[in-house]
Design a protein around this ligand. Structure first.
Ligand code: GLU
Length: 278
């Protein structure tokens, strides 16, 4: 049986209206057809790592993500980028909002209860960012009585609570850009998170902010994936290995840290990606 054109048009309108409604009530975000595409969570506000710049996405995490996507069979225009703030990463993977997350996401045992990781593809270290003219903080030993800012749901905030709880005041924000603003305006004395993130913020501040340069943790950046997907982890690890072998990893680091004085810690980088394979 075939519909008469007017009925067909009406039916099409109903379908569109239902889709729009589903869209309005969906947490997944809509408007883009996700069929045949890969959805990757990144940061949108971390210069040099994951940064949204007039509708395009740039940074080291973005370059690694594109390389992995390509080896999995997805071209750049088959990637849907989604913002993955620190606090929301596990839930985004568990809810199936994204297929993978590359968002300065440290591999930890606690997170591994909820998600799995491939990687690592980089090793950073937690450090401190201060105002350029403030010489009172030269390392974690100088934090007594200081006000720090970090991000909710990060290992950085957790480390402060575990190691420096008695001596510092910690302010938590949804992102590191908000922390940098608080540091500019004097609401806090330092921002703390991974050195490579702080290097990007210092560079964006045009000399007003400076990284102290005394890292006090190791942060192994993993690719967050659905818990237990050992086959995907193995494919991602193979892609990371290829990226390191063919020189693209080194180029991506250099391109994305240009204009900063940041050097990856050669003791840990490039790392061996063996996580998550069973
Ligand atoms: N790498 C740390 C973490 O996964 C800090 C950076 C971030 O919040 O993304 O928590």
């Amino acid at each position: 049986m075939t519909f008469r054109p007017s009925i067909k048009r009406a039916a099409t309108r109903v379908v569109a209206a239902v889709a729009a409604l589903a869209c309005a009530f969906s947490l997944a975000g809509c408007g883009e057809d996700e069929a045949g595409k890969i959805r990757i969570g990144i940061k949108f506000d971390q210069p040099g790592l994951g940064f949204k710049k007039s509708g395009t996405y740039v940074g080291f995490d973005v370059d690694v993500a594109k390389y992995i996507a390509k080896e999995l069979g997805y071209s750049e225009d088959e990637i849907i980028w989604k913002e993955a703030p620190s606090k929301q990463r596990e839930a985004m993977i568990q809810n199936g909002d994204v297929d993978m997350i590359l968002a300065t996401y440290s591999i930890t045992d606690e997170r591994k209860k909820a998600v799995s990781f491939a990687g690592p593809y980089f090793v950073a270290g937690q450090d401190l960012l201060v105002r350029d003219d403030d010489h009172s903080i030269n390392g974690p030993e100088d934090l007594d009585g200081k006000r720090l800012c970090s991000v909710t749901g990060s290992t950085s905030a957790k480390t402060v609570k575990e190691k420096f709880a008695s001596e510092v005041q910690l302010m938590e924000q949804p992102g590191y850009a908000e922390c940098a603003t608080a540091l500019f305006s004097g609401i806090v004395d330092a921002v703390t998170t991974d050195d490579i993130i702080l290097a990007g913020l210092a560079s964006a501040s045009r000399g007003k902010l400076r990284v102290v340069g005394k890292p006090f943790t190791q942060e192994y950046y993993g690719v967050g994936i659905k818990k237990g997907d050992v086959r995907l982890a193995a494919r991602i690890n193979a892609a990371i290995e290829d990226m390191i072998q063919d020189g693209a990893w080194q180029r991506a680091i250099e391109d994305n840290t240009k204009g900063t004085s940041y050097q990856p810690n050669a003791k840990y980088n490039p790392p061996e990606p063996t996580e998550g394979e069973a």
